[in-house]
Design a protein around this ligand. Structure first.
Ligand code: CUA
Length: 128
């Protein structure tokens, strides 16, 4: 299966608290003229992602923004080259663009973060 994927990675080291959310300013997506991406915000903490099940429309650009509530985590979508490092709590937001075709995409933590590392998983379900 060919996965069409538009991939852009920006990791923000924000000088202000992550919750104030000036990510749009730094990301520059609005300059592309493309359709506005759907934004999904995910938090990571030992040892889960929240939300861990995400339903989206296939073929639509998706911006995934990830923040950690504690230590450094990773975010890898299996079968893709998306593999982000989530900075520690308070150190910023990791953001990635993903345009899924219809299907299920498992994601998992890709940085050793403790005893429950292997349980940090979730799924993106893209439907037509
Ligand atoms: Cu979180 Cu490994």
């Amino acid at each position: 299966m060919v996965v069409l994927m538009r991939y852009a990675l920006t990791v923000f080291a924000l000088l202000v608290p992550a919750l104030s959310g000036p990510a749009d300013v730094a990301s520059g997506f609005s300059r592309t003229g493309a359709q506005e991406p759907q934004v999904i915000e995910i938090t990571a903490e030992r040892f889960s992602f929240n939300p861990s099940e995400i339903r989206v429309k296939a073929g639509m650009p998706l911006e995934i923004r990830l923040t950690s509530e504690d230590t450094m985590h990773g975010f890898h979508i299996l079968g893709t080259d998306i593999d982000l490092e989530l900075p520690k709590r308070g150190r910023g937001v990791a953001s990635v663009m993903f345009q899924p075709t219809a299907g299920r995409y498992t994601f998992e933590c890709s940085r050793l973060c403790g005893a429950g590392h292997a349980f940090m998983r979730g799924v993106i379900i893209a439907t037509e």
